[in-house]
Design a protein around this ligand. Structure first.
Ligand code: ZN
Length: 157
């Protein structure tokens, strides 16, 4: 099986069996983001625990509708950031942003942080789909910043 076919399978699997779908309580912040160019929408909740500056992402849940790329990306986001430190989660978000620029820029990627998210590498060749892939990650960033607002922003990009 070729690599891009394998990546396609990973994306389809997350689309068919999304992880983290279904909003859960308790949560610290909730955001709603839309990608008007494709019609994708996501409502995402974040729950953080721990001292300011040393928070852990206790839960990430979402409700979404839209294309397979946007839905699968939200599922992968959940897998990669739930249960890790907020600092690691933000680093993973940076890696995913770099991945989306990989078709046009020379980027160095940390595949350990990316996990299944590496499957979205091919999306970087399609500018119109990059927003689909980034939707959940930008929603997470927004929600995490809101959840930490008023506290120390150390480690938060
Ligand atoms: Zn889309």
């Amino acid at each position: 099986m070729r690599l891009d076919q394998m990546y396609q399978e990973v994306i389809l699997d997350h689309y068919r069996h999304p992880h983290g779908k279904g909003l859960v309580e308790p949560f610290d912040s909730q955001v709603h983001h839309v990608n008007p160019t494709c019609g994708d929408e996501i409502t995402l909740r974040v729950r953080l625990t721990g001292e300011p500056g040393e928070e852990t992402v206790e839960s990430v849940s979402f409700d979404s509708q839209g294309c397979s790329i946007s839905q699968a990306s939200a599922s992968v986001l959940h897998d990669q950031v739930q249960g890790v430190s907020l600092t690691t989660a933000m680093s993973t978000l940076d890696e995913f942003s770099s991945l989306m620029r990989s078709a046009t820029e020379d980027v160095t990627l940390d595949e350990d942080l990316l996990g299944d998210a590496i499957a979205f590498e091919g999306v970087s060749q399609y500018p119109a789909r990059i927003k689909c892939a980034l939707l959940a990650w930008m929603a997470f960033k927004d929600a995490a910043i809101q959840a930490t607002s008023g506290t120390e922003q150390a480690g938060v990009v």
